[in-house]
Design a protein around this ligand. Structure first.
Ligand SMILES: [Ca+2]
Length: 198
């Protein structure tokens, strides 16, 4: 009976010209209203995809000018492990809400953002990408702060879909005011995205 039902459902999907598709899990919460018939993933072959590390960063506050400063989130991960290492960005206070902005060499249609957290993950509450033409940030992830003991360092993977503009800027918000864990330090942020047609 179940098999028959599946056959009926499958044949229903194949008939007609409907653009409806089966739901796909794992889509992050986002506030963007994007055209639904143009998913970035389907439009760009793998050869167009760039894996970039940040080249410039700034933050709403930083622990010092030279250590745990925003610049420490630039480039590939370099903290030697999980701990309070100065090779990661940390905000001035340990119990604040702060933002980190990371910029990349090339603007891309974002597909995934991977945030390397080296201390007290995962108190990230929001991840956004900048539409430079409009001067507006679009939210690609919004969630509550969490306590993650293992693994550490922790890689927060943020799949991105439905962003139909190129971006070279990612903004991350940490909320260290809720769980009492202390600094959520960020070692590096990778932007994966497609160049697309010029
Ligand atoms: Ca680093």
């Amino acid at each position: 009976m179940l098999l028959l039902l599946m056959i009926v459902l499958l044949s229903g999907c194949n008939s007609g010209t409907s653009t409806e598709s089966l739901p796909v899990g794992g889509t992050p919460t986002k506030t963007l209203t994007a055209s639904q018939d143009r998913t970035v993933e389907n439009n760009f072959p793998e050869r167009d995809v760039l894996y970039q590390w940040g080249v410039e960063a700034e933050a709403s506050s930083e622990f010092s000018n030279t250590e745990w400063n925003a610049e420490q989130a630039v480039g590939e991960p370099d903290s030697p492990g999980c701990g309070d290492y100065q090779f990661s960005w940390a905000s001035a206070a340990s119990d604040s809400i702060d933002t980190l902005i990371v910029r990349y060499p090339e603007s891309v249609y974002p597909l995934e953002i991977i945030i390397h957290e080296s201390f007290n993950p995962d108190q990230i509450v929001k991840v956004e990408v900048l539409n430079a033409d409009r001067g507006i940030y679009y939210t690609v992830l919004q969630k509550n702060p969490l306590q993650v003991d293992r693994p550490c360092p922790f890689e927060l993977s943020v799949p991105v879909s439905g962003i139909n503009f190129r971006t070279n800027t990612v903004r991350i918000t940490v909320d260290q005011s809720q769980l009492g864990l202390g600094w959520n330090e960020i070692d590096a942020v990778q932007l994966i995205g497609a160049r697309g047609d010029e």
